[in-house]
Design a binder for this molecule. Structure first.
Ligand code: GDP
Ligand code: MG
Ligand code: K
Length: 274
């Protein structure tokens, strides 16, 4: 099968649309995502004997459920109708962009981390050790300058090589208290035959964060009374905890990102004062 389905995902202003245009040229059309007034851009590209379908997802900073853009991106990414996600990253603003990347990796999305705007990073003296970054994230990393077509060939090559790959989801250690709770929620999800179409650990973490879409999905899948058992377990544990679980989870994600950056990025010291 020579058809490869690609989706571009990332923060706003990371260069997604520029990359989309670079990949598809004039072979593109615009529609709407069902039920919402969010633009859906699709196009085609080819590489060697492969035919690529390319979708430009709405740009978001997070994958909560707080805007139509986030819901469209999240629904698409969770249902998994793609072979490879190109996560377009602004290399000169890595911390913020990796917050999104980490969420995709925790969902088990098979992605290539595209370090776009490599020219901007170079100008700022930011040096990224791609091998180290790839190892810590557990994913492929490619450098590009979409606005000048730099790195596109390498990216296409990596994309078709990754088309059948299925990577294990990233696991961040959320600490004893939350990890214990995740295990308990996971066994209840299993007991209640919660859908295995989405990554179970990711769903458990989302439930512990009180994510409204995850709660809705749970209620739909297992029914209100079983869902309530899980919600009560989480609420009871949170009462005894030092802080709200969503705060702890966000802090741990940033702790992980800071560690990744400390080990894979070097920046110039502060500008010399005269
Ligand atoms: P989107 O919001 O992710 O779709 O981002 P756009 O594709 O609209 O790009 C935002 C801006 O960044 C535009 O002005 C692009 O021309 C510019 N841009 C995109 N890629 C690069 C790049 O690799 N290097 C530089 N310097 N600018 C870029
Ligand atoms: Mg765009
Ligand atoms: K894949």
């Amino acid at each position: 099968n020579n058809e490869v389905k690609i989706a571009l995902a990332g923060n706003p202003n990371s260069g997604k649309t520029t990359m989309f245009n670079e990949l598809t040229g004039s072979r593109q059309h615009v529609g709407n995502w069902p039920g919402v007034t969010v633009e859906k851009k699709m196009g085609r590209a080819s590489y060697q004997n492969y035919s690529l379908e390319v979708i430009d997802l709405p740009g978001t900073y997070s994958l909560g459920a707080y805007s139509d853009d986030e819901v469209v991106a999240r629904d698409f990414l969770t249902t998994g109708d793609y072979d490879v996600v190109l996560n377009i990253i602004n290399s000169s603003n890595l911390d913020r962009n990796l917050y999104f990347t980490v969420q995709l990796l925790e969902m088990g999305v098979d992605l290539i981390a595209v370090l776009n705007m490599a020219d901007e990073a170079e100008k700022k003296g930011i040096k990224i050790n791609k091998n180290k970054l790839a190892k810590m994230l557990g994913t492929s990393v490619v450098e590009t300058v979409a606005s000048r077509g730099r790195g596109i060939d390498k990216l296409l090559k990596e994309t078709v090589q990754n088309r059948d790959l299925s990577e294990a989801a990233l696991k961040i250690d959320y600490g004893r208290e939350i990890e214990d709770l995740i295990s308990e929620v996971l066994s209840m999800l299993r007991e209640f035959n919660f859908t295995d179409q989405i990554n179970q650990r990711w769903a458990a973490v989302k439930l512990i964060e009180h994510d409204p879409e995850a709660v809705k999905l749970l209620e739909r899948e297992v029914g209100a009374s079983k869902a309530k058992k899980i919600k009560s377990l989480i609420a009871g544990r949170e009462l005894k905890a030092e802080d709200d679980f969503d705060n702890i989870i966000i802090d741990k994600k940033y702790e992980f990102i800071n560690q990744v950056i400390a080990e894979s990025v070097s920046r110039p010291a502060f500008d010399q004062e005269p």
